[in-house]
Design a protein around this ligand. Structure first.
Ligand code: NA7
Length: 547
């Protein structure tokens, strides 16, 4: 039952959905404009992705010194990252530190899920309702709900009959899970599976990995942060952050490739790939040549190099061949980073089952059954089966307007946005790093800051011009979506069945969702649009009709 405090609607300038990295920075930035803001967060703590994904081995695949906020020079100088790549607990600690240091918690309401958001044309405001019966009215609505925040367990028959415990990587118990002595099954070999498998293998009596699609993974070469590296990076922070704005991934420090992979001999190429392999990390590898993500023949050379590495690391050649991806070019699905992933298959207590040729038919009381009738007895099951990516979180909210538009219907054939920032027909609603933006293909925090700064600029612009409504024109939206598709079609990305394409969700429209033209190009376009008086948007003043 709603309590008494819920009977009066709360009035805000900006209502936000989510208090992860995006929601928190948006609070800070929009508060700076003197706006009354509040973020509603389903979790019992701040942190978004890093709050929920507590599975063993969860770690960022972008280096810590990059994967951090840049908006405060003091913050980036003060914070000490213990390792080259941040672990989930370390990143969550950092996010909590930011929430305290900038006094953000007073504008965050935890344990509250937003159920609906309706734009009232007459009042020119969003009316947002929570699962606790609260109603919030605000001029602007900022969706900071995350791209990988709607966990998905496939609809396996019999899952509720399973007598053991089962888990999803994105809903991991806070107290952790001890797999010691258990027969464990892991379904899924994306980034989450690849990170957790080596760790679970060390605990479990027996680990069976059920793989549908082999993924490429490169060694992270993680290790303790080297003092000199940290000192140098921090001394160069302002220049590095500025340089990152001119790169496709929003990460500086990688030499810009100048040649096609096909311009070199096989021996020269392999020498370069070997040096990238030794260096660790995905960007340096995919950025070795100009055309690895646009030319299949070039990509084949980089893919084959990694396949050969897998063949050399995994002793059993049948397992090695199953692990060597052959159905998509390297980099067209999220490239994984790992620590001892392939070597884990050399352990006597680990086995790999190909569920492409023999799909999972269902779960039984004692384990998992394949289509062939083969049964695997398990004490615990882990689903590292991914998320309803990019559109899942927004589609779970009933987003509408009083003239009958519904976001779920507007996006029925795939997400439509202008610059990934706004949706036509839904005024004053902003999306942070959503579909149509390069967010998920970049250093996410840089994209978050860029989006939020743009949104803050737009709201400020409206205020200074006595305007109070902004929405993209349908024409600008269609043209942007067309451009996003065209850019994607000029690359190899559409060749993979990835979550970028919605391919992991049965029935989801197959549309390539992120903008892969590069962060640098995208940011320039956003800045130009703003400079040209928000070209492609309609800005207006709504006159409140007296009752
Ligand atoms: P991903 O990358 O979506 O991986 C999910 C995995 O689960 C992938 O290997 C899927 O195989 C597998 N899967 C999904 N459904 C099934 C069924 N029904 N049967 C067997 N296997 C299945 O999610 P992650 O959590 O690993 O990573 C998400 C992102 O988080 C990652 O890209 C980083 O950006 C961080 P498929 O490939 O669909 O054949």
């Amino acid at each position: 039952m709603p309590d008494a405090s819920h009977s009066v609607a709360r009035q805000l300038d900006v209502v936000m959905v989510g208090a992860g990295l995006a929601g928190l920075y948006a609070i800070h930035r929009l508060r700076g404009l003197g706006l009354k803001v509040r973020a509603y967060e389903a979790g019992s703590g701040v942190g978004g992705t890093w709050f929920w994904n507590r599975y063993p081995g969860a770690r960022c695949d972008v280096e810590s010194l990059e994967y951090s906020y840049s908006f405060s020079e003091e913050l980036q100088q003060e914070w000490k990252w213990p390792e080259r790549y941040g672990t989930q607990p370390e990143i969550l600690k950092y996010i909590n530190h930011v929430a305290d240091r900038f006094d953000l918690r007073r504008d965050v309401q935890l344990n509250t899920r937003i159920k609906s958001a309706v734009f009232e044309w007459t009042a020119n405001e969003w009316v947002v309702k929570t699962d606790t019966g609260e109603e919030i009215h605000a001029r602007y609505c900022v969706m900071a709900a995350g791209n990988l925040s709607t966990p998905r367990v496939p609809d396996f028959k019999g899952i509720h009959d399973f007598k053991g415990k089962w888990y999803h990587s994105g809903l991991w118990p806070h107290e952790g899970v001890d797999f010691t002595g258990l027969r464990v099954g892991v379904v899924g070999t994306g980034s989450s599976g690849v990170q957790m498998i080596p760790i679970i293998a060390r605990q479990a009596r027996q680990l069976t990995v059920f793989q549908r699609t082999a993924n490429f993974s490169l060694p992270a070469r993680n290790g303790p942060m080297e003092e000199e590296r940290e000192r140098k990076h921090k001394a160069e922070y302002p220049e590095r952050r500025a340089a990152a704005m001119d790169t496709p991934f929003a990460i500086a420090g990688y030499p810009k490739p100048t040649r096609s992979a096909l311009d070199l001999s096989e021996a020269e190429r392999n020498e370069a790939y070997e040096s990238k392999w030794q260096e660790g990390g995905s960007i340096s590898y995919l950025y070795a040549y100009t055309d690895l993500l646009v030319n299949k023949a070039s990509n084949d050379t980089a893919s084959e190099f990694v396949r050969n590495k897998i063949r050399s690391m995994v002793k059993d050649q049948r397992t090695a061949e199953l692990l060597a991806p052959k159905d998509h070019p390297i980099g067209t699905k999220r490239l994984c980073l790992d620590t001892n992933y392939y070597e884990t298959y050399n352990r006597p207590n680990v086995s790999l089952v190909d569920v492409r040729s023999d799909p999972i038919q269902g779960i039984t009381a004692t384990g998992l059954r394949l289509a062939s009738g083969a049964e695997h007895t398990l004490d615990a099951l882990v689903f590292a089966t991914g998320f309803d990516a990019m559109t899942g979180a927004l589609k779970e909210i009933d987003v509408r307007t009083t003239d009958g538009a519904a976001l779920r219907e507007h996006w029925e054939g795939g997400p439509l946005t202008y610059l990934g920032l706004m949706v036509s027909g839904f005024p004053n609603m902003f999306v942070i790093t959503g579909p149509g933006s390069p967010g998920v293909k970049t250093q996410m925090i840089a994209s978050i800051e860029q989006h939020v700064d743009w949104i803050a600029g737009a709201i400020d612009h409206l205020g200074r011009h006595q305007l109070d409504r902004i929405e993209p024109t349908p024409k600008a939206e269609i043209e942007w979506v067309h451009h996003v598709n065209q850019v994607a079609d000029s690359t190899l990305y559409p060749l993979a069945n990835s979550w970028y394409m919605g391919a992991n969700i049965p029935g989801k429209p197959r549309v390539f969702m992120p903008y892969v033209g590069g962060f640098d190009r995208y940011k320039k376009r956003c800045d130009e649009v703003a400079a040209k008086n928000y070209e492609g948007f309609t800005l207006s003043r709504h006159e409140t009709v007296a009752a």
